[in-house]
Design a protein around this ligand. Structure first.
Ligand SMILES: NC(=O)c1ccc[n+]([C@@H]2O[C@H](COP(=O)([O-])OP(=O)(O)OC[C@H]3O[C@@H](n4cnc5c(N)ncnc54)[C@H](OP(=O)(O)O)[C@@H]3O)[C@@H](O)[C@H]2O)c1
Length: 242
């Protein structure tokens, strides 16, 4: 388990916070004292998760919204009021592509489904919640990328085209945004994390890594001191080439 500093007074927004990696991060951040807003697409699931976390005495609220739908996410921001002025944003919401979705086999509908959730969802989230971080001079933004989207190592080796390309683009969006924010000079750090293949609904029970292992880098990034070492892809707290 990752040792976290006292996060009392901080607000964290976690998309995909109803299940898997996002849920674990939400629980850990709330356990360290943060107020945590979890966002998921399925309203029953997000309500159930929020209730379970509140039952553990954690300060958590849940909202149902499809991250690919800018208007729905914008509505959540309005309903949040001051809680929309978050210090931490973790963009964990994501979907896997159909396993037969090689580029020339992927349907247009499958391409759109995955790109809209995995890429547009990150754009929508950062465009709504990061401007206030810039105004307040503090923010930690973590996007969840994947090794499959890298130009190096196991990435871009063919297959799962919508997923791989969505994650390549997420890493690119992350670096570009960090550059626009002058690589930490405004104390808003923007980084991508690759959790590795982890035991979640997406990763499956046979995945080699636990959620705790995959979340460690995400939580570390979410609570780092100011640095200019940002706009990068991280795995196990180490920079990886992309
Ligand atoms: N698992 C792995 O091995 C692995 C490896 C590398 C990267 N990743 C990345 O890590 C992130 C988390 O994955 P996970 O394994 O935790 O997946 P997961 O267990 O399937 O959970 C996915 C989460 O995303 C939410 N979500 C999906 N589509 C959404 C949408 N359109 N709007 C709002 N929320 C949505 C889900 O909520 P609903 O239930 O409401 O849909 C759920 O909370 C993803 O970005 C994934 O690509 C995972």
């Amino acid at each position: 388990m990752t040792e976290l500093p006292d996060l009392s007074g901080q607000v964290a927004i976690v998309t995909g916070g109803s299940r898997g990696l996002g849920r674990y991060c939400a629980e850990q951040l709330a356990g360290a004292g943060a107020t945590v807003v979890i966002i998921g697409k399925d309203s029953q699931s997000v309500t159930k998760t929020a209730q379970e976390l509140v039952a553990q005495d954690l300060d958590v609220v849940g909202f149902a919204a499809d991250v690919s739908n800018y208007d729905q996410l914008s509505q959540v921001k309005s309903e949040l009021g001051v809680l929309g002025n978050a210090q931490i944003l973790i963009c964990s919401a994501g979907v896997m592509a159909d396993k037969f979705s090689k580029t020339l086999r992927a349907s247009k509908a499958e391409w759109d489904r995955v790109l809209r959730t995995n890429l547009d969802g990150v754009f929508n989230s950062v465009s709504l919640f990061v401007p206030n971080m810039v105004d307040q001079g503090y923010g930690r933004v973590i996007t969840i990328s994947a090794c499959l989207g890298r130009f190096t190592g196991p990435g871009l080796a063919g297959g799962l085209a919508p997923y791989r390309i969505s994650k390549t683009a997420v890493t690119a969006l992350t670096k570009n945004l960090a550059a626009e924010l002058q690589f930490g000079a405004k104390n808003v750090l923007v980084d991508a994390a690759c959790p590795g293949h982890i035991q979640t609904d997406m990763g499956g029970p046979q995945a080699p890594r636990t959620i705790t292992e995959g979340a460690d880098t995400v939580l570390w990034l979410a609570t780092r001191e100011q640095t200019n070492e940002t706009g990068l892809l991280w795995e196990d707290r180490l920079r990886v080439d992309f």
